[in-house]
Design a protein around this ligand. Sequence first.
Ligand code: FAD
Length: 396
Amino acid sequence: MFIEQKLSLLFFNTMATKTYNYAIIGAGGAGIHLAMAMMADDFFSDKEILIVEKESKSENDRTWCFWEAGTGKWDALLHHSWAKGSFHSSEIHQALAMPPYRYKMLRSIDFYNHAKNKLAASDHFHWVQDSIEKVSAGSPSVLHGAQAQYQAEHIFDSRIDAGFYENKDSYTRLLQHFKGWMIETEEDFFDPEEFVMMDFRLKWKDSTSFNYVLPTSRRTAMVEFTLFTEDLVTDDTYDKILKQYFEEYLQLKKYKVTEVEKGVIPMSDFPFHKQHQNHLTKIGTAGGWVRPSSGYFFKNAEGYCQQVIDNLKAGRLPSKGVAQSRFRFYDSLLLDILKNKNEMGEDLFTSMFGKNSATQIFKFLDEETSLSEEIKIFWSFRSGPFLWALWRWFLG
Ligand SMILES: Cc1cc2nc3c(=O)[nH]c(=O)nc-3n(C[C@H](O)[C@H](O)[C@H](O)COP(=O)(O)OP(=O)(O)OC[C@H]3O[C@@H](n4cnc5c(N)ncnc54)[C@H](O)[C@@H]3O)c2cc1C
């Protein structure tokens, strides 16, 4: 009798397991970009889509900044945007030629809440809070969660492959790590129309490191200290540099810290694209969507999601051609220099911003430049380190 009951329960469970057309693991930057892009496309109106996220996503866990020409998809959600910017180093102080671009700031909580509201109003998107422990990719694929098991014909997975952390020495890997303070002053101090993109005047030792300033009103600003290095630094190091930057460079002594942001973004030539399988596509950082030489992701993710959708509609593998272009080769050269000659960061960025317009640099980072434009940008760097990196690449 007991066995019969178990068998019928098993039979019932098997019958009851729904197979979704698509499952998205992770409702972070990439998962939400993809879900929103699917929702906007009629191709998915008869598809059942599952989103599994382990966190509640009810906190502002990061602030995204990105540049965009003219109006954009997320303008209604923006926290602030700037039409003017500048670049500082020990050699130059350069105003950025921005138009038609604006630099835009989006708080992640506004992005998450917007997506949650949209998804809740749909009857074919289903958001569950669960941690996926294991995936068996197949037909259908099975997602083993801590709470339940799910099935889907295709999985989009934002979990970073364990190999990325385990085989650190077999590829170039730097970390972009930072700490920032959202501060408030008692009196008007900032110009909310202008931001500082990079300020290399105050560095940590001889590393590639800089501060940046994002004023959101006359009395509030986000100021961050960022390093592109192999290892993290202590919390105290970020704090000391931030304090010194406020006192000596911004010449601001009275302010209150209202929020703190900390983060680490992997900068690496790890072959993320090799992690895709027939029934599973890696997305976001896990799919190599974060530009390894700059850590920027937000705007490019929009284009990558569109490519994924076009591939699905054409019956191709969803990952075909996504985040794989000659720009990855440029990134690996830049990474190689930053890893082996970390002290050269200020010099590299000074030549880049000193000899090219900001619009051209943005176009390059958006992967929209032509080969001749790219040669011009590379020509603007002092050639020694590039020839050296090229030679090292040639030797394999
Ligand atoms: C603090 C910070 C600031 C950044 N600022 C910028 C910026 O200004 N501009 C820019 O372009 N880029 C920025 N980036 C880089 C990049 O935009 C972000 O890292 C981006 O969030 C990457 O998207 P993602 O979906 O890959 O990862 P995430 O946004 O981290 O999302 C991954 C999601 O997967 C969930 N998850 C993980 N494991 C599981 C599991 N087992 N089961 C279920 N869910 C799981 C996580 O909880 C998370 O919600 C920043 C990164 C950080 C960390």
